[in-house]
Design a protein around this ligand. Structure first.
Ligand code: SAJ
Length: 433
């Protein structure tokens, strides 16, 4: 059993603190957000993640987890603070730096400091180590330092924290071994030890791989609409190939990870990241594409009311960071549309009920495939709306049921007829675009 201080009690820090407490460690959670600290000490939580509330309540009740505003002396420190990006698409390391500085009075011989926040390559060696050296202790011998990226999927964090494999990157072998020993107390997956910079790069590559693949799926969707193909069916068929895994198209890529992390590679790529940047542009272009389609669907209606269903960046979470829905809402508002957005997970934004969003709407747009939306009833929704028109950007609805209820259904990536210039002969017009 060790005393572990987890700095940053957000989507990664709080579940990590809880799993550590569950594994028998004494955990002190640290956050500058006074409200979060107070709530956690009452055994409650300030974020939404399945099973987290029960786990936090149990850990606090059993005295294995407590929260406070400042660090304390501990055997190990885990930094899980945000790394937003600046307007210039560069990593803002201010939280990492201030969290590292906050440790200085508490570090002792034998302390282990682990950075979990996603950062550009070399940050552990070039930014974290010099700050920790201000303690007067010898970094690498007195104080061990490692970068161990989190890899968990929001919505399934508690399970993945335990079952996923981990990459632990030490600034030297002793640091990697110490970090590996700590993770081995709760990780069932394999733990790979390496150096800190390789671990930083590995993390960024994982999310960039996903972003580039989603961009490919989105590009396929646009081509499919143009060429008169149903992309969802084509992807299903293609993915039967044993070595093909095409991702899902959609209205854009959100969240604090996939939409951000590729830029951390670009920042350190010295101009060698053409494909990565292009993929980001394609994914960032999707909300604009959806808005253009919305405009076409309600062309001719004066001041149309559009109901947006879903505001979060993905299903069944309450996180709206970098959400394509927010971009779509704001572009529509700028274009003079009456926008009514509804999300069952986000009470503070948008309208308070589904029926309020749909009331007298000219178009409903499904942007997030929350499980709750599986139960939308076209028979109930139809009479609320001014026009029975729905645009499904996730291919999530049972379209035949909506059509049977009198709806006209449009689906992102579902082309019906090839556009004029595709039909026009040798294909050169299509290729030239
Ligand atoms: N999306 C698509 N099509 C897809 C998959 C996702 O459009 O086929 C969109 C989603 O709608 C969402 C965004 O991408 O807007 C990101 O969602 P996600 O579920 O792919 O990923 P995140 O951001 O919730 O979590 C990712 C995960 N990384 C990978 O799967 C490689 C997770 O394992 C990481 O721990 C997390 O980033 C992180 O914190 O870095």
């Amino acid at each position: 059993m060790k005393t572990i201080c987890v700095i940053g009690l957000g989507y990664i820090g709080l579940p990590t603190a809880t799993v550590l407490a569950d594994s028998g460690h004494q955990v002190i959670g640290v956050d500058t957000n006074e409200d979060a600290v107070e709530l956690i000490n009452q055994g409650k939580i300030h974020i939404t993640e399945p099973y987290l509330a029960e786990k936090v309540a149990a850990a606090v009740r059993d005295g294995r987890l407590r929260a406070q505003n400042v660090p304390a002396v501990a055997d190990a420190y885990i930094l899980a603070v945000p790394t937003p990006f600046t307007g210039g698409k560069k990593a803002d390391l201010s939280y990492v730096k201030s969290a590292a500085k906050s440790l200085l009075p508490y570090l002792r011989k034998g302390s282990l400091v682990i950075l979990e926040s996603t950062v550009p390559p070399r940050t552990t060696c070039d930014v974290l180590v010099p700050i920790l050296a201000q303690s007067g202790l010898k970094v690498g011998t007195d104080v061990m330092v490692a970068f161990c990226p989190e890899r968990v999927l929001p919505g399934n964090i508690l399970q993945e924290l335990v079952t996923n494999s981990r990459v632990v990157g030490g600034i030297n072998e002793t640091s990697a071994a110490a970090a590996k020993e700590l993770y081995a107390t709760f990780v069932q997956g394999e733990i790979f030890a390496t150096d800190a910079t390789t671990a930083e790069m590995t993390k960024l590559m994982e999310n960039t791989y996903r972003d580039v693949n989603i961009a490919l799926a989105n590009e396929f969707a646009l081509i499919a609409e143009y060429a008169g193909v149903n992309i969802w069916e084509a992807i299903r068929f293609a993915n039967n190939h044993p070595r093909v895994n095409i991702h899902q198209p959609g209205p854009g890529v959100g969240g604090h990870c996939i939409a951000v992390d590729p830029w951390f590679i670009v920042e350190k790529a010295g101009g060698r990241s053409e494909l990565i940047e292009k993929a980001r542009q394609i994914n960032d272009g999707m909300p604009h594409y959806v808005v253009e389609n919305i405009k076409k669907l309600v062309a001719g209606v004066a001041k149309p009311k559009v109901a947006l269903l879903g505001l979060t960046y993905k299903p069944n979470v309450d996180d709206c960071r970098e959400s394509p829905s927010l971009v779509i809402a704001s572009l529509l508002e700028q274009a003079g549309f009456n926008v009514a957005a509804y999300d069952p997970y986000v009470k503070e934004k948008g309208v308070s009920s589904l029926s309020e969003a749909l009331y007298e709407a000219d178009l409903a747009v499904l942007l997030v495939n929350h499980d709750d939306f599986n139960f939308l009833s076209p028979e109930k929704i139809g009479p609320l709306m001014r026009q029975k028109l729905i645009y499904d950007t996730r291919n999530a609805l049972r379209h035949s049921e909506w059509e049977a209820a009198g709806f006209q259904v449009f689906v992102l990536g579902q082309g019906h007829e090839p556009q004029q210039d595709v039909q026009s002969g040798d294909g050169t017009a299509y290729l030239a675009r």
